[in-house]
Design a protein around this ligand. Sequence first.
Ligand code: KG4
Ligand code: ZN
Length: 340
Amino acid sequence: MSILILGIETSCDETAAGVVADGHTVLSNVVASQAEVHKRFGGVVPEVASRNHIETLNPVIKAALTDAGIGYGELNGVAVTQGPGLLGSLLVGLMAAKSLCFSLGIPLLAVDHIEAHIYANFLEEPQVPFPFVAMVVSGGHTDLVYATGHSQFSLIGQTRDDAAGESFDKVARVLELGYPGGPLIERLAREGDPAAIPLPRALMEDETLDTSFSGLKTAVVNYVNRARQKGEDINLADVASSFQAAVVDVLAAKAFAAASRYRSETLLLAGGVAANGPLRQRFAEQAALRNIRFIVPRPALCTDNAAMVAAAGYYRFLRGDFAPLTLNASADLTLECSKF
Ligand code: KG4
Ligand code: ZN
């Protein structure tokens, strides 16, 4: 008999629920994005996000069960994102998960959002070998993680300022493209020249596995402002393409430096920015050259979703690592102390 875990994800602006069988087979993956709601603000408004989660979550959970073709009684556990994320939003998911576990008499599984992004890879490749290095690139994080076993994670590098996704979103705002910025920049960049504008690649030559993207964002802002002041035409596609090339260069340099330093034969990429085509291509090419096994989830499993939460929860279920119903959300939960 399969073990069926319902995942619930409400850490930011996606209301998501999904059912995964045995930690790898996605039976359903329902994501209701609030992007349209937050678009006019140019970013996520926390209070608006939590109100939307309250309205949307129950129908999303019902849809996830319907799509999976199962009833509540067939679930073996509920996995929920405990953090990090927006506190009000996390609490909505947590309350729903706790209520379900209480009424169904099944275990609650507390999942770290970054851990969940990493586990999206197990939905593609159930036998991901340990140890591995994972790079998680999202709107809030640019983390390099060394994993020696399930939930045995060490943070070996992180951004010192903006996250990679955040820099895509901020540059998109400067270019007046809209929100979220990543996919819009990627599309526009296809028409541009990645070498058109010289932009900085911070810390790239340094020993550190940390990254920094605020200088890159400022360089783009300065370039655009200077051109606007002089009344010059700006080739937006060239700006988008040059910016994206700088991010890809830095992320690839750090990820492969980490794989080499930790002698890891496997490299995982995860998080919303991992949906980026040129980034995936660069990682695949570099991995092939270095004989490293590269795994990345399909784009729909890179951006926030609940199937990845269910996948991470499955391994906690197997270990009997159940959370109490008094579990609280943690806005600044960090990977190495994802305990309660
Ligand atoms: O993982 P995610 O869905 O949510 C967080 O945990 O933050 O990541 C969202 C981030 C946003 O900053 C978005 O602009 C970026 O991922 N993103 C992309 C692409 N798709 C989403 N960045 C670059 N290229 C993309 N195709
Ligand atoms: Zn995320």
